[in-house]
Design a protein around this ligand. Structure first.
Ligand code: GCW
Length: 720
């Protein structure tokens, strides 16, 4: 008896560990679940169309492509898939770049000029009465992207018959900005610590680095900035460059280049110079030598990302020089190696009494056309700072002679950390689709950054990463969709966020229509929900200080006026909102006349931006007939109701989702619901002091007093 009990005990431990591993894997595997197809009819269809792989290529990248294809097909079809290096027998999936294809197959594929160096073609062809699916490209990295695209067809239950796909990225720098510090903390990070284990690099290559590269390659991300824009010069010392080199070696075959943030004062801090003045010959030389040192280790090093003279970071202005002097000096250093400089336009000064939203434009537009051609200016989507909603940054329509790249924030610094479910591709798409009227109607932000307007070679989109070493990478299972969606939009800035949500759900959870439809709607709605329960009708920057966790519309004691929420909402007994129209700071004049006119006039200004551009009375009549006060209160309530709806939607998905992720999301939605009510109550109680009006019917009474909400302190909120 005793023996039996012990035996049973061991088995139960084994089962638990196995289930833990399976659970862990679900969260860990992101959108590359490759779940076995259960739909018999589908499987029989795919079975016939997939007989085996012919992998033509002799590089690490082609090997990775072949392994990924084999892994995906075997897992999804539940059958053994052989890989050959030449076309023979029944093998019918051919992968390989153009150079490895026979002239006969090349002829069947047709014109390769429809794609660029990172593009791919997937085509069903027939040679001597035998059917093949060919995944090809100009370069191996395109074949890798083609393989992921082909697997996504099967992941999402799409047909693989009569394929004729030609696809290529519309931007050439598709990059994650990791605000990761060398002590492995992540600024504005809510998914654990930084992936980069500097202590163990270069000797220890964590499997996580490889899985990170796989995940990025699967959505076409081809660059990563490993370090925080609040930079640490030490990353440029040999001791760290050796570690960076090891990561670059891991990422390279996945088509991912490594970039670093350059601390402008590095020549002083680690170079022993007395100055970092970009006009000083020794400084320029120091950077030239530093670049040469880096490129010796990493021949395809991408270049530098620079935050200069912003929020206290050092820069050229410390030496009486300007951003052009600083950027161009660095540009000369990396140019011989094909490197680029991404120079951030996120500048504003506590000494500038002008509207903060006007300062970056005022500082950078005069530089238009003055940067070297390997400099690209990185501009945040809005003129303040990654708010739940901002009108598009006016710089996107004002610098036709300068390559501008987008900087989105994937991490949710102002959108609920990794606790709130917010599908950000909805926000990204709204910005990208905004019309700048730079060259008349239709010159959208997407067209400005994909280079189609100015034919610039240098194009790009950056996303501030939401990745950490949490098991599920992003803290919230649905925050994975924001990493995924960022990549898909960087590849094609005109992709629809609903398409992205649909793909991601099918790859990550299930192809069941009864699951997809309601959960996709929930994702699409989630961005409007967070706007409603945090900053409706154009309100912005009313979060609590420092950590930015929770509401703080009352904050007005910070030394920098433009860090105070009261600076932004300007609530008083006469009304609320920031007058940026011609009767106020005239920030609207920084847009093209067609856009200025829309934002300037109360009749045409979109109500979602009303309090961004106008100060209106509490009795101002909204389009729906409500007074501003009632409308504002009802918006806050609507946001809370939307989260409740999200909970109801998710609670009905239990039979489609593994127990662990179902429970995780359920718990997080409950926190989100509580915090939505927190935002609603704190903000309405505070604003009510000025409006002096009662809450309209339909708005729930606050759960606590204003004094209670003001008393809340969070000294250890993450990411700060
Ligand atoms: O969003 C704000 C953040 C800072 C960040 C800064 C920036 C890296 O609060 O944490 O610093 O902007 O974008 O540089």
């Amino acid at each position: 008896m005793h023996y039996q009990k012990k035996h049973l005990f061991i088995i139960s431990i084994m089962l638990f560990l196995f289930s833990f591993k399976t659970m862990a894997q679900k969260d860990y595997k992101l959108w590359l679940q490759y779940d076995k197809k259960t739909n018999a009819e589908l499987v029989s269809k795919y079975f016939k169309d997939v007989q085996g792989i012919v992998s033509l290529g002799n590089t690490e990248t082609s090997k990775i492509a072949s392994n990924e294809l084999q892994l995906g097909l075997q897992n999804m079809l539940g059958k053994d898939i052989q890989v050959n290096s030449k076309i023979e027998g029944d093998k019918n999936i051919i992968i390989g770049s153009k150079a490895f294809l026979s002239l006969e197959i090349q002829k069947e594929i047709g014109n390769f000029e429809v794609i660029n160096d990172e593009g791919f073609i997937i085509k069903s062809i027939s040679i001597k009465n035998k059917n093949y699916i060919v995944i090809t490209a100009k370069k191996d990295v395109g074949v890798l992207y083609g393989v992921y695209n082909f697997l996504r067809l099967i992941q999402t239950d799409k047909s693989i018959k009569n394929l004729n796909i030609a696809d290529a990225p519309k931007t050439n720098i598709r990059i994650l900005n990791h605000w990761d510090n060398l002590d492995r903390t992540v600024e504005r990070g809510y998914a654990g610590f930084s992936l980069w284990n500097w202590q163990k690099l270069p000797g220890f290559i964590d499997q996580r680095y490889i899985d990170y590269a796989r995940a990025n390659a699967s959505v076409g991300i081809n660059g990563t900035v490993l370090t925080n824009v609040n930079a640490n010069a030490l990353i440029l010392t040999p001791q760290y460059l050796e570690k960076v080199e090891a990561l670059a070696n891991v990422f390279r075959p996945y088509g991912i280049k490594v970039y670093l943030t350059a601390r402008f004062s590095a020549p002083i801090e680690i170079g022993g110079l007395k100055t970092a003045d970009p006009k000083d010959a020794d400084v320029a030389n120091w950077w030239k030598n530093k670049a040469a040192e880096i490129y010796k280790r990493i021949p395809d090093f991408g270049g530098f990302l620079v935050k200069a003279n912003s929020e206290g970071q050092p820069g050229p202005q410390n030496y009486g020089r300007d951003h052009v002097d600083g950027a161009n000096m660095l540009a000369d250093a990396v140019a011989p190696f094909g490197g680029v400089i991404m120079w951030r336009a996120f500048v504003y000064s506590e000494h500038d009494a002008n509207d903060r939203a006007k300062q970056a434009y005022a500082e950078f537009v005069p530089y238009d056309g003055k940067f070297k051609d390997n400099v690209i200016v990185q501009v945040k989507n809005g003129a303040i700072d990654f708010q739940p909603r901002e009108p598009f940054h006016p710089m996107f329509g004002a610098m036709p002679k300068t390559p501008l790249m987008m900087e989105f924030q994937i991490t949710q610094e102002y959108l609920g950390f990794s606790t709130h479910l917010v599908f950000l591709p909805k926000l990204f798409q709204e910005v990208l689709a905004s019309d700048t009227y730079q060259k008349g109607k239709g010159t959208t932000v997407a067209k400005v950054i994909d280079g189609s307007l100015t034919k610039t070679k240098l194009t790009g989109i950056a996303g501030v990463s939401n990745i950490g070493n949490d098991l599920n990478w992003t803290g919230h299972p649905f925050a994975q969709a924001n990493w995924y969606g960022f990549g898909r939009l960087a590849w094609n800035p005109e992709l629809d966020s609903e398409v992205i949500a649909d793909e991601w759900l099918r790859c990550t959870f299930s192809n069941e229509e009864n699951f997809i439809k309601p959960v996709k709607d929930m994702m699409i709605e989630s961005r409007e929900a967070v706007v409603n329960y945090m900053t409706p009708l154009g309100l912005h920057h009313i979060m609590d200080t420092g950590h930015h966790y929770g509401p703080g519309p009352w904050v007005s004691n910070l030394s920098r006026p433009e860090w105070n929420p009261t600076y932004y909402h300007k609530a008083d007994k006469n009304g609320i909102g920031f007058d940026r129209s011609k009767t106020g700071t005239n920030a609207t004049s920084q847009y093209a006349p067609e856009v200025e006119k829309i934002f300037d006039n109360l009749e045409t200004c979109p109500e979602q931006d009303l309090l961004w551009f106008h100060h209106v009375s509490w009795d101002y009549k909204l389009k729906n007939g409500q007074t501003l006060w009632n409308g504002l209160a009802l918006k806050y309530q609507e946001g809370v109701n939307q989260v409740k709806d999200m909970q109801n939607t998710w609670n009905k998905t239990e039979k489609y989702v593994d127990a662990d992720r179902f429970k995780e999301v359920q718990m997080l939605l409950e926190i989100q619901y509580k915090e939505a009510k927190w935002w609603r109550d704190a903000c309405l109680l505070y604003f009510q002091q000025y409006s002096g009006k009662d809450l309209p019917a339909g708005v729930e009474k606050p759960t606590q007093s204003l004094e209670y909400f003001k008393s809340l302190k969070f000294p250890f909120a993450p990411g700060n």
